[in-house]
Write a protein that binds this ligand. Structure first.
Ligand code: CAO
Length: 559
């Protein structure tokens, strides 16, 4: 079967337009007229249809590529039902160009009032006005877009043929326009209508034989690739049944709105349009962006990486959709928005949980002597106002363990491990607004008393919502202590890009066998979560064992 190149047909004055959507993939069976890709200039977007029936063997373009007339879009294995190559059929009109119509007449010569007309837009007939881009009183330039019009498969902005002040817009949203319709009155000085153009600048229908596709490895006559099957060129007409579902889901938005959304990184398909027939406006994109920035909503991509669970569809992970339940059906409910901190930390926790292969080792450390020393220290330092809690000792003990096992103080960066020679220890703080993680910087250079004092200050700031971003950044390892509250063990979630975290629960007196008898010992439950991409189970067990040794005899910190 013949392998043919499907090329971009005559698209009028468009040169180097961007591919913004690829609507088919290798292996797809496609039909003549079926849209293959969407291309977009700064003023118009259009779908490029297939010139034959067949199976897509190879895609020659990808998102972001620039194409022009004659660019090969894909290689097609022409099917049995594919039309035989026929001599190039003249297209009656090229793809409409946004170039202003040279025929836009002056209302009256000598007057500065200029009537702007819809230029040659190829075979567009009765095309809907979907957006007004200017209003009376606006100063406008030649070529500035005035309105957007849209058919089933393409939208384009109609530019002004005159510069000046817009006196009147003669169309409104929903109106149907055709070539030559007056759309605006401009009071101004310059009009391209007054400037004679050569034929290459006009939008007059042209026949462009060079747009033809040619069968590969064949000197046979080449089939024409008109923009649509009727050979009428211009705007591809809507052929029922030939539109891919992919193109059906393409949101309605003008090229400039699409460009705006792309610049902001906004997924247009998630924006609800408030315009005519659900069309997405500039304002819709802005409002969506604002809501994302404020954390009021998250995009599907954010959700898949760690958005708030309640609103995540789960589809991006190939999971079942999140259950939608009418809770009020079962009893009274109250709905409250989550705090900003909860939303932000939730998204981070979700990402970390999904992206890091966590393993948690549980162990117990004998802190009997350390606790006695802590109580004594607090008694001796009563007047200083600084209270030492077990967490300050843990920070110091962890620094010693991190020094002995440096991979626990590292981060993954691509295929590299970044080992840090500084020891900044984050500690989870429970606040009325949610979880925060202040950081004790350079904990290796500080004593337990200083760490206790800093921890007290940072914890207070966290509760008062006064922590600065600098006070929450740069951690190399984190401790999450629930010791003041209770519990036995838990699985703390690693705080990326760190590779491990220590969870601590409440110490309890336990009967511990000392070789001769069971003796009462104060045992501290430790839960060390580690990133299995970086750390092995044996190293984690050694880390915990070493940490336990230090906590049971703190003099080891000095070694
Ligand atoms: N075992 C037994 N008692 C402990 C203990 C432990 N492991 N850790 C602390 N305690 C005791 C303290 O000694 C103190 O007792 P006294 O009042 O009798 O002296 C009491 O519990 C309260 O301690 P604390 O919690 O105020 O102090 P801290 O230094 O241990 O912790 C801070 C400070 C900010 C970490 C803590 O207040 C906090 O917010 N913890 C919650 C962290 C959290 O939410 N983690 C979960 C993250 S995952 O969602």
């Amino acid at each position: 079967m013949a392998l043919i190149e499907v090329k971009v047909p005559d698209i009028g004055d468009f040169a180097d337009v961007s591919v913004i959507e690829v609507l088919v993939k290798v292996g797809d069976t496609v039909k003549t007229e079926q849209s293959l890709i969407t291309v977009e200039s700064d003023k118009a977007s259009m779908e490029i249809p297939c010139s034959a029936n067949g199976v897509v063997k190879e895609l020659k373009v990808k998102l972001g590529d620039k194409v022009h007339e004659g660019s090969v879009v894909l290689m097609l294995e022409a099917g049995a039902s594919a039309p035989a190559p026929s001599p190039a059929k003249p297209a009656s009109a090229p793809m409409p160009s946004p170039t202003p119509s040279p025929s836009a007449p002056l209302v009256s010569s000598g007057s500065s009032l200029i009537e702007v007309k819809v230029p040659d837009i190829g075979d567009f007939k009765d095309v809907s006005v979907i957006e007004l881009l200017v209003k009376p009183g606006d100063s406008i330039q030649i070529d500035q877009s005035l309105i957007t019009i849209e058919s089933d498969k393409a939208s384009m902005e109609i530019p002004s043929s005159a510069a000046g002040v817009l006196k009147e817009l003669r169309v409104k949203i929903g109106d149907k326009v055709n070539i030559g319709d007056f759309i605006a009155v401009v009071q101004g000085s310059a009009s391209v209508a007054a400037v004679p153009k050569d034929s290459s600048q006009t939008n007059a229908p042209t026949v462009n034989a060079s747009s033809a596709s040619s069968p590969v490895n064949s000197g046979a006559p080449v089939p024409s690739t008109p923009i649509n099957a009727q050979g009428t060129g211009a705007m591809p007409s809507h052929q029922p049944g030939t539109v891919l579902s992919a193109s059906v889901s393409v949101p309605h938005a003008s090229p400039s709105v699409r460009k705006f959304a792309r610049e902001l990184g906004i997924p247009l398909e998630e924006v609800k349009g408030s315009g005519l027939k659900g069309r997405i406006t500039h304002e819709d994109v802005q409002a969506f962006n604002r809501s994302v920035m404020q954390g009021a909503i998250s995009t599907k991509a954010q959700q898949s990486k760690g958005g708030t669970t309640g609103s995540s569809s789960g589809a991006a992970l190939g999971l079942l959709p999140w259950p939608v339940v009418d809770f009020a059906k079962f009893g009274p409910i109250e709905r409250k928005p989550m705090s900003r901190i909860k939303k932000i930390s939730g998204a981070n926790l979700h990402r970390n949980w999904v992206m890091i292969p966590h393993v948690t080792n549980h162990d117990d450390a004998d802190i009997t002597e350390l606790e006695a020393f802590r109580v004594l220290t607090n008694k001796e330092n009563e007047k200083s106002g600084v209270k030492v809690t077990m967490l300050a000792f843990l920070i110091k003990a962890c620094v010693a363990s991190l020094k002995k096992f440096p991979e626990f103080n590292s981060s993954l960066d691509g295929d590299d491990l970044v080992y840090k020679s500084y020891y900044n220890i984050g500690f989870a703080a429970d606040t009325p607004n949610g979880l925060m993680v202040p950081v004790i910087k350079n904990a290796d250079t500080k004593g337990v008393l200083q760490i206790s004092q800093e921890m007290g200050e940072l914890a207070k700031k966290a509760r008062d919502g006064k922590l600065s971003p600098a006070e929450m950044s740069g951690a190399t390892f984190t401790i999450s202590s629930l010791g003041g509250i209770g519990g036995r063990y838990f699985n703390p979630i690693i705080n990326a890009p760190e590779v491990s975290i220590l969870g601590v629960c409440k110490s309890t007196m336990q009967p511990v066998w000392n070789g001769k008898e069971f003796a009462p010992r104060l045992m501290l439950p430790l839960s060390l979560s580690w990133d299995h991409r970086v750390i092995d189970g044996a190293a984690a067990a050694r880390f915990n064992a070493y940490l336990g040794q230090i906590l049971s005899d703190f003099r080891r910190v000095l070694l």
